[in-house]
Design a protein around this ligand. Structure first.
Ligand SMILES: [Zn+2]
Length: 134
C-alpha cells in the first residue's frame, strides 16, 4: 500500500470530517485496518464517538415538528361493536361518517336506525301503488 502525500492529505481531510473509518477505507481503496493503523502511525487524534445516546448535541435551527397522527382518519376506524354502524352521507365524499350512536348488545344500529333498517328490508313490494289493490 502506497501512502503518497496526496493520499495522506485526503485521508486527513476525511478523518477530520468525521467520516467513518470504513467509508474512508472505501474512498482510499484500502482496508479498514489499514486506515486505523495509518491513523495511529500518523498520530491522528482519535475522533470522538459520533453518536452517543442521550448526549448527542441538538442541531441548531433544525426544528422538528412533533409527529401528530393524521387528522384524516377513516370513519370506519372509529367504529366499535357498541356503536351504530349506520352510514351517513356518501362514502365517496369527504363528510362521510357513521352514526356511532349507542347500540344495544349485539345490534349493529342504534334504536333509530335499527327501526329504519328493519322497515327498509323485507317489506319491499308492499307499497300500495298498484292500482286496484285493496
Ligand atoms: Zn344510528
Amino acid at each position: 500500500m502506497d501512502w503518497s502525500a496526496d493520499r495522506i492529505e485526503t485521508f486527513r481531510k476525511l478523518w477530520d470530517d468525521g467520516m467513518a473509518t470504513r467509508a474512508i477505507a472505501a474512498a482510499l481503496g484500502v482496508t479498514k485496518n489499514a486506515v486505523v493503523g495509518k491513523a495511529y502511525r500518523l498520530g491522528f487524534e482519535r475522533r470522538r464517538p459520533s453518536v452517543r445516546p442521550g448526549s448527542a448535541p441538538r442541531p441548531v435551527g433544525a426544528e422538528r415538528r412533533p409527529a401528530t397522527p393524521a387528522k384524516s382518519q377513516h370513519p370506519i376506524l372509529s367504529l366499535t361493536p357498541d356503536t351504530c354502524h349506520w352510514p351517513i352521507g356518501d362514502p365517496k365524499l369527504q363528510g362521510f361518517r357513521f352514526c356511532l350512536g349507542a347500540t344495544e348488545r349485539g345490534r349493529s344500529y342504534c334504536a333509530t336506525h335499527a327501526a329504519r333498517s328493519s322497515r327498509g328490508s323485507g317489506r319491499i313490494g308492499r307499497n300500495d301503488d298498484r292500482p286496484g289493490a285493496g
